[in-house]
Write a protein that binds this ligand. Structure first.
Ligand code: HSE
Length: 420
């Protein structure tokens, strides 16, 4: 019998307690011993819950109880999750977490403490909710050289963009609906500004390279317009005409030891396997040297999907009660290439008549595809591939010329992950 504690009885913590109870025998069979929930740490009381008799408010009860060998951290945020997790690992307890902020910010140190203490620090649920992507990377693809990971890693923004695409909703309408359905937080900043996706792609990149990734090095834009672009219904009108869609992607390409990573809304074609990932679902595309393209799809958030991943980690920790499973990354820092040198195509919306501006655009951007929508006072072009640095130079020149003539210029720019 192994005793466990859960820190944080919110949505995911509740799900973990529920699965431990309802799948007790199955879990014992897989783990090789029963996992018994001894404590649930939370500030609140839960008098009517099935764990009412196990609620504690004092972290030291868990830290000092030598019987407790497994600790689940589902509090979220860094404080007090970070000091609590560090203390548990230092006390020789295995820790399983769903907290991407914690793993992205302190994973290197926590993995090292786990190695030193001969215990495990597992975090399958921190990326892609219930989708088994972390274990896939360290177990199933361990003999592969990972060349690229690109994913729809945030269910909230994927729900919003899907509503805008399929129903013509505005960003504001789609966000409101997501909040009403509990898919988006009251303060949705971490999701819609891309910070959540940034931490997740940083963790996946570190898993792929075996080196620490500083998530702050990853150029991150969301879908609200605080970065270069804010995605609108008009963008989706063009996208539909072109047989494309716009998704918030976290992407990381590993070329000659350098990582080209970015979080941004990107235009993708129907042929891209991520095109069909709709609503709150997540999808993660991995390109590796021998397997080629593989894709992992499923529920990226939610109580039971995420708790299921936590429980799988608990079972693996129980199976490895007395040894550290070698996962994660070391202290060496992975270099992230300057985002200005990475190449892509650009979807650009421009005010005015396509014919009038065609020559200037051709001079600056070369032969480009122009698109016109019925009744619109603008047109759009799809450029050839170029670096961000080159594109910005051309765009500044074009916009400057138009402004000199008192004309409006570029209205929107979206990176396009499309073949030439
Ligand atoms: N807010 C996150 C999402 C939750 O929408 O994907 C899971 O990390």
């Amino acid at each position: 019998m192994m005793y466990a504690a859960i820190m944080g009885y919110g949505t995911i913590g509740t799900g973990v307690a529920e699965i431990l109870e309802t799948s007790r025998e199955k879990i014992a069979g897989s783990a090789g011993q029963e996992i018994c929930l001894k404590y649930v740490l939370d500030l609140r009381e839960f008098p009517d819950s099935p764990v009412a008799d196990r609620i504690v408010h004092d972290f030291e009860i868990i830290e000092e109880d030598e019987q407790v060998r497994l600790v689940v951290e589902t509090m979220g945020g860094l404080n007090p999750a970070y000091p609590f997790v560090k203390a548990c690992l230092s006390a020789g307890k295995h820790v399983v977490t769903s907290n991407k902020a914690l793993v992205a910010a302190h994973g290197t140190e926590l993995l090292q403490i786990a190695r030193d203490k001969g215990v495990n620090f597992f975090f399958e649920a921190s990326v892609g909710g219930g989708i088994p992507i972390i274990r896939t990377l360290y177990r199933c693809l361990t003999g592969e050289r990972i060349q690229e990971i690109t994913g729809i890693l945030n269910g909230t923004t994927n729900y919003i963009l899907t509503k805008m695409d399929q129903e013509g909703a505005s960003f504001e309408q789609a966000l409101k609906e997501a909040q009403e359905l509990g898919y988006a937080e009251r303060n949705p900043e971490a999701d819609v500004e891309g910070h959540d996706t940034c931490r997740k792609i940083a963790i996946l990149t570190a898993m792929a390279t075996g080196k620490e990734v500083n998530y702050e090095d990853i150029n991150t834009e969301g879908i609200t317009g605080k970065g270069i672009t804010g995605i609108t219904e008009m963008d989706f009108r063009y996208a539909r005409e072109m047989g494309t869609s716009v998704k918030l992607l976290g992407t990381s390409r590993i070329v000659d030891g350098k990582v080209h990573a970015r979080v941004a809304p990107m235009m993708i074609s129907k042929e891209n396997p991520l095109y069909g990932v709709s609503g709150v679902y997540n999808g993660i595309l991995v390109k590796s040297d021998r397997l080629g393209v593989s894709m992992y799809y499923g529920s990226g958030a939610g109580k039971l999907p995420t708790a299921s991943a936590v429980v799988a980690d608990l079972i693996e920790a129980a199976q490895n009660e007395n040894n550290n499973v070698s996962i994660g990354w070391g202290a060496e820092r992975q270099e992230i290439a300057d985002s200005k040198i990475s190449e892509c195509r650009y979807f650009v919306r421009i005010a005015g008549e396509a014919e009038e501006k065609a020559e200037m655009i051709r001079t600056e951007l070369g032969e480009v595809q122009a698109l016109v929508l019925d009744g619109a006072d603008e047109f759009a072009v799809l450029t050839k591939r170029m670096t961000e640095e080159e594109f910005i130079q051309h765009a500044i020149k074009l916009d400057g010329e138009w402004q000199k003539k008192g004309e409006y210029g570029i209205r929107q720019v979206i990176r396009a992950m499309l073949e030439d």
